[in-house]
Design a protein around this ligand. Sequence first.
Ligand SMILES: [Zn+2]
Length: 112
Amino acid sequence: MKYLIVAVILGAFFTIIYLRLRPYINMARRVLGVVRDARGMSAGQGMPGGVGGTAAARPKPAGDERLVRCDSCGTWLPASRALTLRATSSNFCSHDCMERSAGESGARRAAR
Ligand SMILES: [Zn+2]
């Protein structure tokens, strides 16, 4: 019988606490719902990419440019700024390097 009274008191106690905290609980539920929605959206976006994952699908960042190495002086520079010789598919940072490399390769060819 005592337990019943205690239970009733505890129940009333928790009910009062619940009623007092209800606005906060609703707020928290709303926040959690937003988080859940965001997670669902991100999960939905990840699904069409495949099981492997979008991050693994593209090894190089799309925004960043590919870096190429100057064949003459060894400087790394973005591919868009590099001078590329189509014949040898070699990259150079400047015309000077291109000419220098061309001269070197010409000298090597002449030496052979
Ligand atoms: Zn160079």
